[in-house]
Design a protein around this ligand. Sequence first.
Ligand SMILES: [Zn+2]
Length: 215
Amino acid sequence: MNPLCPLCSCDTHHLFSRDARRCYRRCFTCKTVFVPPQYFLSSDDERARYDLHTNAPDESGYRTFLRRMLMPMHKRIASGGAGLDFGSGPGPTLCLMFEDLGYRMHIYDCFYADDARVWERSYDFITATEVVEHLHQPYRELLRLWRCLKPDGYLGIMTSRYDDIEDFSSWHYKLDPTHVIFFSMESFLWLSQRWQADLEVIDRDIVILHKRVND
Ligand SMILES: [Zn+2]
């Protein structure tokens, strides 16, 4: 069966690239590149790979990396605001950095912090740092985040965009077998139009979507 684009649900896409392990299809509508579901790792295999991630709160290099998401959000949101870090991973760190700046933080991670109560709240901001590329159902997950965001709230997403690189076939980002979706600038434009959101491009791998007050 022909899979649907996991972002826009379009059924027209073409073979974009192939390597020894997987193939990659590109949606004609939203220009997202995705790996078809038959190549997804099992949940156990996926978890085993995430357990190897060694990033921890005391690593200064990791904190420097996360500041690229922290600071643009801090500029937009008043201290004291409520935030959710989605996909907080095995060593939640970004939430601690936000707390140091006076924000009230919640975390969610389907493997490490699977607390469904976070979906009963609403937030002034939500961050997803190096997580959306892992999502098997990205639109469903992103919509869940968007619905938890208050009007005038911000959703910050960090993921490498494939249209920013020279050559997809040699791109290191696609070598991780848990990476199954690769966004382009047009993917985010599609999303911002779908939600009537304001899109800001912060860096080659960071965008921020703003929820309009009249939503
Ligand atoms: Zn699409």
